[in-house]
Design a protein around this ligand. Structure first.
Ligand SMILES: [Zn+2]
Length: 151
C-alpha cells in the first residue's frame, strides 16, 4: 500500500529538452493535498511576509489577466507577489535555488510556458542545470512540461 501518484503512461512520456515548454501545473498542487499558500508565502518580500505571517483571512482580489483581459479572482498573496515583491531587487538572486527561481518566474508571468533555455536567460542560471533539475522523476513544486493537446 503506497500513496504514490500514478505514473504517467509510457506512451505520453516525452523526453524534455532545452526547448520543452514548462509551466506550473496547479493540478499537481490540488491533487496531492499540498499547501500552495504556505509555499507562496515563502516567495514574499520581507515586508509582506511579516504582513501575512499570521493572516489566516483570505482576501481575494480582482485581477485583470494581461493576455485575455478577463477579470479573475486571485489570492491576495499572489496579488502582492505580482505587484510588489517581484519588483524587489532580491526577488531572484544568485542564492535563489533553481526550483524557487523558476517558480517565481511563472508566478509573475501569468504562468506562460517557458523552456529551460528561456528560463536560463531570465534567472541567470545554466540551462542544462535547469533542465536536469525540473526534468527528473521527482516533480518539484508542480513544475512540469506543458502537455500538448491533440491538434
Ligand atoms: Zn512585497
Amino acid at each position: 500500500m503506497t500513496d504514490s501518484v500514478p505514473a504517467l503512461k509510457a506512451s505520453r512520456f516525452i523526453k524534455p529538452t532545452l526547448e520543452t515548454p514548462y509551466h506550473i501545473d496547479f493540478d499537481w498542487w490540488d491533487k496531492a493535498d499540498r499547501n500552495l499558500r504556505v509555499y507562496l508565502k515563502s516567495h514574499l518580500c520581507t515586508l509582506h511576509r511579516e504582513m501575512y505571517a499570521e493572516a489566516s483571512a483570505d482576501t481575494p482580489i480582482d485581477w485583470v489577466d494581461s493576455y485575455t483581459a478577463e477579470v479573475q479572482r486571485i489570492d491576495g498573496i499572489l496579488y502582492q507577489l505580482r505587484t510588489h515583491c517581484s519588483q524587489q531587487p532580491d526577488y531572484i538572486t544568485n542564492d535563489t535555488s533553481v526550483v524557487d527561481a523558476v517558480f517565481r518566474v511563472f508566478l509573475v508571468n501569468d504562468n506562460q510556458p517557458m523552456s529551460p533555455r528561456e528560463l536560463a536567460e531570465r534567472i541567470g542560471k545554466d540551462p542544462e542545470l535547469i533542465l536536469k533539475t525540473i526534468s527528473g522523476k521527482t516533480v518539484y513544486k508542480g513544475l512540469r512540461p506543458v502537455v500538448e493537446g491533440a491538434g
